[in-house]
Design a protein. Structure first.
Length: 288
C-alpha cells in the first residue's frame, strides 16, 4: 500500500500585527505629527524624558510590576549569545526599565537620552514598536526603516501589552539586530511575556486570597474552614472541593455549614456578598 503525504498549503498566521495593520486614521495621525515637526524625528536624541518627582511617582505605582518584569527579562537576556534589549514602559509609554548589555544601555543614555523616563508615544518618538503597540493594544512587529525615530531604525522590534487579569499594566518591547532570525526572537519574546504574565497572575491571586483569609480571621474560622470557605466562595462545588482536598463530600458540606454559622449567613449568595464587600472595602483602604 502506497503512503502519500498531503502538503500543508495554508499559510501559518503570525501572532503579531505589522504597520500595515494600522487603519487609515492612525496612519494619518502619524503623518500629521511628522509634518508638524519633520526635523524632530530625524534627530538622534529623545527630547521628552521625565525625571525627579514625576519619574518617582511612576516608580512607586509600578514597583511590583518592575521587579517581576526585570527578573524575567534578565533571565531571557542571560540565555542569549546575541545582544537583545528589553524596554518596559507604563501604559502611557514612559520607560521604567531597560535590560540588556550595560554598555549599550549607557550609550543610549549618554548619546541618545534614551533611558528610564524617556517617552515613547507617537507625539514624542514617532511611529515605533512601542507607540505602535499602544495604538493597537496588541503584539506588534516593527522592522528597521518602518520606525520614524533614527535611534531604532537599525533594529527590529517586538512589543506587546503586558496584562494582569486582562488589564494592561504596561508594554514590553524587545529590540534585536535586523540580521537575527525574527521567528527565533519571536519565540524568546513570547516565552518571556508568558512567564511575566503568569507570575503577575499568581501574585494577584495570592494577594486576593490573603485579603479573603484576613476577613475569615475576623470570624474565627479554623484553617480548614478558611481553605474550604475560600474554594466555596470561588464557586467550587462540594464534590470538587472534596476531591481536591481528599475529603468526603459530606465532610465538606458540614464544614460549609459551620462557616455559614460563624459568618452569620444562611446561604451561598449571602456568604459571597458578605466577603466580596469586605474585599472591596480592604482594597479601597489600601488605595487611600
Amino acid at each position: 500500500m502506497a503512503i502519500t503525504f498531503e502538503v500543508e498549503t495554508e499559510k501559518v498566521k503570525q501572532p503579531w500585527r505589522t504597520i500595515t495593520s494600522l487603519d487609515i486614521k492612525l496612519l494619518k495621525d502619524c503623518e500629521t505629527y511628522r509634518q508638524s515637526e519633520p526635523h524632530y524625528y530625524n534627530q538622534i536624541t529623545f527630547k521628552e524624558r521625565l525625571s525627579g518627582i514625576q519619574l518617582h511617582h511612576y516608580y512607586k505605582n509600578n514597583e511590583l510590576y518592575m521587579d517581576t518584569v526585570k527578573k524575567h527579562c534578565e533571565n531571557a537576556y542571560a540565555s542569549m549569545i546575541k545582544s537583545i534589549l528589553f524596554v518596559f514602559t507604563t501604559p502611557d509609554g514612559v520607560v521604567l526599565s531597560l535590560t540588556g548589555p550595560q554598555e549599550l544601555i549607557r550609550s543610549l543614555d549618554q548619546q541618545h537620552n534614551l533611558g528610564e523616563g524617556s517617552v515613547f508615544t507617537v507625539q514624542h518618538a514617532g511611529l515605533n514598536a512601542i507607540s505602535f503597540s499602544m495604538q493597537m493594544k496588541d503584539w506588534v512587529y516593527g522592522s528597521g526603516a518602518e520606525h520614524d525615530f533614527n535611534v531604532v531604525k537599525d533594529c527590529d522590534c517586538f512589543c506587546s501589552p503586558v496584562r494582569e487579569n486582562g488589564e494592561v499594566i504596561g508594554y514590553l518591547g524587545m529590540s534585536f539586530s535586523m540580521e537575527e532570525d525574527h521567528l527565533l526572537m519571536a519565540a524568546l519574546f513570547s516565552m518571556t511575556l508568558k512567564y511575566i504574565e503568569e507570575e503577575l497572575e499568581k501574585q494577584s491571586s495570592s494577594s486576593s486570597k490573603a485579603v479573603v483569609y484576613d476577613r475569615f480571621q475576623q470570624y474565627r474560622l479554623s484553617p480548614r474552614e478558611k481553605e474550604i470557605g475560600y474554594l466555596w466562595m470561588n464557586n467550587y462545588s462540594a464534590l470538587r472541593i472534596a476531591s481536591e482536598l481528599g475529603l468526603t463530600e459530606g465532610t465538606v458540606r458540614n464544614v460549609i455549614k459551620n462557616v455559614y454559622r460563624k459568618a452569620e449567613v444562611s446561604d451561598k449568595g449571602q456568604f459571597i456578598r458578605k466577603f466580596l464587600i469586605g474585599m472591596m472595602n480592604s482594597y479601597v483602604l489600601m488605595i487611600v
